[in-house]
Design a protein around this ligand. Structure first.
Ligand SMILES: NC(=O)c1ccc[n+]([C@@H]2O[C@H](COP(=O)([O-])OP(=O)(O)OC[C@H]3O[C@@H](n4cnc5c(N)ncnc54)[C@H](OP(=O)(O)O)[C@@H]3O)[C@@H](O)[C@H]2O)c1
Length: 240
């Protein structure tokens, strides 16, 4: 079924042929980035099924969307039978580090992500996993910025898992489009204040500013066709 196009990471095919539709798992669909990614998945005819893993039901009803409500995001053993048979995972779950102690930030950023990804890699060896980190992420894991070190460790350990391919998306400023809203109060205030200027920033600074729509479209394209490198900065996301 899949075309014989080699993936730069594993040598497996990275390209999904037009007669093959994708099944996608989405984390963080209630957040600003996740809302944008969910929208693009719903609009893409190549996406057959979306499993959105959430803490509480959203009430959203779409023919190809199913929500799996979990209280525990640290252990997916009880729902493993529901997590097999997927081609891609778009991991948009994450929190701002503002005001958080390192241990608490690490618990959400690293522990949840690796718990989910470890289970998915075992159940779906042909899966492409895409993680949203952020510009400035510290791959050395040794710098002075706490959030950047934790995201760096998260990225590094994700890249070691036996997925068909894994990609780290590092957006800078994100313009929320089509009604996407942050769950984080100060981010919502930031966007309310700067909102009218953001489309201008996006035009003037395409290396640093992207949109929720661009992120969603880029994730879908990378899941279908792969990308030439595994860490994708804002300019790479926009180019894709
Ligand atoms: N917003 C930006 O400008 C920006 C820029 C660069 C990078 N990023 C990165 O993009 C990612 C998503 O950001 P966002 O702006 O979409 O965030 P957001 O609007 O605050 O949404 C956060 C998402 O993560 C989920 N979540 C948070 N803590 C959780 C927990 N303990 N257990 C389960 N789910 C949890 C939330 O679910 P609930 O609905 O259940 O709370 C929500 O779906 C983050 O990693 C962030 O660092 C964001």
């Amino acid at each position: 079924m899949r075309e014989a196009v080699g993936c730069h990471q594993t040598g497996k095919s990275c390209r999904i042929s037009h007669d093959e539709r994708m099944n996608v798992i989405l984390f963080g669909a209630t957040g600003m980035v996740g809302q944008g990614v969910l929208r693009e998945c719903l609009l893409d005819p190549d996406v057959e099924r979306i499993l959105s893993i959430v803490r509480a039901p959203t009430g959203q009803s779409e023919p190809k969307l199913r929500e799996l409500v979990r209280k525990d995001f640290f252990d997916f053993a009880a729902v493993e039978s529901e997590l097999a048979g997927y081609d891609a995972c778009f991991f948009c779950l994450g929190v701002s580090s503002a005001g958080m102690k390192e241990a608490d930030y690490r618990r959400v950023t690293y522990d949840i992500t690796l718990a989910a990804a470890g289970t998915l890699a075992r159940l779906n060896p042909d899966m492409t996993f895409i993680y949203v980190s952020g510009t400035g992420t510290d791959s050395s894991e040794k710098g002075s910025s706490m959030w950047a070190r934790v995201k760096g460790k998260t990225e590094n350990d994700l890249l070691r898992l036996p997925f068909k391919a894994a990609y780290m998306f590092r957006p800078g400023v994100i313009v929320p489009l089509h009604g996407a809203k942050s769950k984080t109060t100060f981010v919502r205030i930031f966007y309310r204040v700067l909102g009218p200027l953001l489309p201008l920033f996006y035009t003037l600074f395409p290396k640093y500013v992207t949109t929720t729509e661009q992120i969603g479209l880029a994730m879908l394209k990378v899941a279908k066709q792969g990308a030439p490198k595994s860490v994708l900065e804002t300019s790479d996301i926009n180019e894709i």
